[in-house]
Write a protein that binds this ligand. Structure first.
Ligand SMILES: C[S@@+](CC[C@H](N)C(=O)[O-])C[C@H]1O[C@@H](n2cnc3c(N)ncnc32)[C@H](O)[C@@H]1O
Length: 359
């Protein structure tokens, strides 16, 4: 499938003067063979763990945050609208005087709108369409100031803030970022209070399920929060920081589909993701379940919520000795699975990354 990063690299190739020398900053960086051209002078920023891991595996250093000024900043703005404009503002803030900001986005992710936004701030924009994407760029020149009011409003749109009448900290772009997900609310209503021992929350988001465990389950000893999105962790720190508890928590920036710590946990809770971008993909959730089975002790238990139509039952029966649907309501089901089968844990401990999906 054509990707915005292909269009971005195509445009750089067509315009060899852009980025011919000097340092290059790539925001929301993705792996691409053409990056090789900039290898020695490239800084990559990425907060999504699977993408960061791909870049690192190719030998690029990846930072979650970046500082400094660059003559060329390339960016793949997030599809979420607030984040897209915040990404443009961030790219602008990293530009040297005379530098070029180049962005690329897939048409289905709102490229036309993002290009219009860039025009609103920069005035002049050049553009190219390729690979079902648009690439648009502009320069920062002393005699042609960008609209600072527009830029400032974009910076604000991406920031972490208090939401839901100040009860929680969150940030645009996180799952269900300014309201409690109905499925997660249903899950906490059915979690028993006597959950105990070492717990994990897989795909923790801004921490709703974890906060419930800390508040309502006094026998939990430790809690590991896993998410692929590094932006989740500061809201989590604040949301959990106000809960009086003796429980030791750890925030783990991980791709759960690659597995978690083997046979460590007594309890795992999750509202597993089932999307890859805009596409529904139940195999992601299934990989979460396989990771959970690998991460649980032999008498451990998994509690999850899922959209009713998601086909998790067969896999759970394959992975666990016992599996039951505890409640079905409003299009969701809450399920409990207990006692992972030995094979499920052995697969993970032997390093089989895809567990039951790579037989
Ligand atoms: C359905 S949301 C649930 C969020 C939160 N637990 C709640 O109940 O509101 C799924 C979460 O999984 C995370 N996620 C998606 N893919 C992931 C992956 N491969 N590894 C780790 N986390 C992932 C997302 O960032 C998101 O926070």
């Amino acid at each position: 499938m054509a990707r915005a990063v292909d269009a971005l690299m195509y445009t750089l190739d067509l315009n060899p003067d852009i980025g011919a020398e000097g340092r290059v900053l790539f925001l929301r960086a993705q792996k691409h063979p053409a990056l090789e051209h900039f290898r020695e002078r490239l800084s990559c920023q990425q907060t999504w763990k699977p993408r960061a891991a791909q870049l690192e595996a190719s030998g690029y250093q990846v930072d979650r945050n970046v500082q400094g000024k660059y003559p060329l900043v390339i960016v793949l703005p997030d599809p979420q609208r607030d984040l897209a404009v915040a990404d443009l503002a961030r790219a602008y803030d990293c530009l040297e005087e005379g530098g070029i900001l180049m962005a690329a986005q897939h048409n289905d992710a709102g490229a036309k709108k993002t290009e219009q936004h860039l025009k609103a701030a920069a005035g002049l924009v050049e553009t190219l369409s390729k690979h079902h994407s648009r690439v648009f760029w502009s320069s920062k020149e002393a005699g042609r100031p960008w609209n600072e009011e527009v830029l400032e409003s974009w910076r604000q749109r991406g920031t972490m803030r208090r939401v839901m009448e100040g009860k929680w900290w969150s940030q645009p772009g996180l799952f269900s970022w300014d309201c409690i997900d109905e499925g997660s609310a249903l899950l906490v209503n059915h979690l028993p209070q006597d959950l105990r021992g070492h717990a994990a929350d897989l795909g923790c988001g801004w921490g709703f399920l974890s906060a419930h465990l800390l508040r309502e389950c006094p026998d939990i000893d430790s809690l590991d929060l896993y998410d692929a999105d590094a932006d989740a962790f500061e809201p989590i720190r604040r949301n959990l920081g106000i809960i009086p508890t003796r429980v030791k928590t750890r925030s783990l920036w991980r791709d759960v589909t690659e597995g978690i710590e083997t046979a460590r946990y007594d309890v795992i809770v999750t509202n597993p993701p089932f999307h890859d971008g805009k596409t529904t993909d139940p195999t992601i959730g299934m990989r979460f379940l396989a990771a959970a089975a690998g991460g649980l002790k032999s008498d451990g238990q998994l509690w999850l919520v899922a959209n009713r139509q998601l086909p998790y039952e067969n896999l759970l029966n394959e992975l666990f000795e016992h599996c039951a649907t505890m409640v079905e309501q409003k299009g969701f089901k809450v399920m409990q699975a207990r006692r992972p089968k030995l094979g499920a844990r052995l697969k993970q401990s032997r390093g089989s990354k895809r567990g039951f999906f790579s037989k």
